[in-house]
Design a binder for this molecule. Structure first.
Ligand code: SF4
Length: 382
């Protein structure tokens, strides 16, 4: 039994803050990419002995812009390659690229959850992020997914350029009006170094994107402003009955994303498509992020690239601390041995008294403040 991640890189347009592996929806490579993806799925399924898929996640890019016949052919390839009887199937959707026929095709594939890139309910904020959808696209997309029996995650971004006081609070209220089963809320993070081979920067290329990012970063709230917004998010969603189960994720009881929990518990999954990572039998591998690099590798059946930098003991400790269940040092010691446990324990004890961590017996958990500055904790474990 494993989990499956499928990367669909195509987007209607490129958002200037985004660093994911994407390509234009009109790319001449689209059919070739989907054929390569089906081939990769067939080979991996055979190599793994046609395992049962427990959860699946179709991310991107914008999976929701695939045409119904493209979704159906992916579905056929997956069912042929795997015992595809998952408890949860999520697909990512852009509010501007969703229609009934596409939704029904995702439902026929087995989708139980739609993760909607709403980002904000403010037209000003969406424009400041360079998004092409408008606030009035969001509610109909939620209603349509619900009508097919799917749960909904709303993806939101705070700390937008020139964000006025109160705008983020209004976003949280508008999000709650949709009664989503799940909310993901991230601060806007602007990377100023391009990752080679990953991005198709569109328009004027990287120089234009870099100029946009420098101006946007200068207009973002400062660190205190971001911390206030994060605290507000935690307070508002907790009061509304959501469990803050991961640094940036909240869920109604029982509605946590099971697929993402596999990642955070450092479990086993197969990732297919450009830039996709896998973790199988303790080995981390990945595919190239650029479309041409991916095609060259998959069409020549070269297999995935070993992720030499991966350290399972370090990864497991950091990932566990992202969750509200925290890091169970006893279980960690049983999995990685007493020396690994002692090392992690000693590093975390260095933070005793800082208010970033709490200990409950063998379990170490980040506090709310620790969650906001989690990277300061994680860097100690590297
Ligand atoms: S943010 Fe989403 S829609 Fe925008 S370019 Fe990135 S993957 Fe595509």
């Amino acid at each position: 039994m494993t989990s499956l991640y499928v990367h669909i890189p195509f987007c209607a347009s490129r958002c200037p803050y985004c660093d994911f592996a994407t390509a234009p929806a009109t790319s001449a490579l689209r059919a070739r990419y989907l054929a390569a993806l089906r081939g990769e799925i067939a080979r991996e399924g055979a190599a793994l002995g046609r395992p049962r898929i427990a959860t699946a996640f179709f991310g991107g890019g914008t999976p929701s812009l695939l045409d119904p016949h493209e979704i159906a052919s992916l579905s056929d390839a997956i069912r042929e390659a795997f015992d595809f009887t998952p408890e949860e199937v999520t697909f990512e959707a852009n509010p501007a690229t969703l229609d009934r026929a596409r939704l029904e095709a995702w439902r026929a594939l087995g989708a139980t959850r739609m993760s909607l890139g709403a980002q904000s309910f403010s037209q000003r904020a969406l424009a400041s992020l360079g998004r092409t959808h408008v606030p009035s696209d969001i509610a109909p997309a939620v209603t349509a997914a619900r009508s097919l029996g799917m749960d909904v995650n709303l993806d939101l971004i705070f700390g937008r350029p020139d964000e006025p006081d109160g705008e983020w609070r209004a976003d949280l209220d508008a999000a709650l009006e949709q009664v989503p089963e799940h909310v993901s809320a991230y601060p806007l993070e602007l990377v100023l170094e391009p990752e080679e081979g990953i991005a198709n920067w569109g328009g004027g290329g990287w120089p234009t994107v870099e100029r946009w990012r420098i101006a946007a970063a200068a207009a973002q709230p400062d660190d205190d402003g971001l911390a206030d917004r994060y605290e507000l998010t935690a307070d508002v969603l907790r009061a509304a009955g959501y469990r803050h189960y991961e640094i940036a994720n909240w869920a109604q009881p029982g509605k946590e994303c099971r697929h993402n929990l596999v990642y955070w518990r450092n479990g086993e999954w197969l990732g297919v498509g450009a830039g996709a990572h896998s973790h199988l039998s303790g080995r981390r591998t990945r595919q190239p992020g650029g479309l041409l690099g991916y095609l060259a590798r998959v069409e020549h059946e070269l297999g995935r690239i070993d992720d030499a930098a991966a350290d399972p003991a370090v990864d497991t400790a950091i990932l566990a601390l992202r969750l509200d269940e925290g890091l169970d040092l006893a279980a960690y010691g049983a999995r990685f041995g007493a020396p690994a446990r002692a090392r992690v324990d000693a590093e975390l004890r260095g933070l005793d008294g800082t208010g970033l961590l709490e200990r409950h017996g063998d379990r170490v958990v980040l506090t709310d403040r620790g969650r906001f500055v989690a990277n300061e904790v994680f860097v100690r474990l590297l």
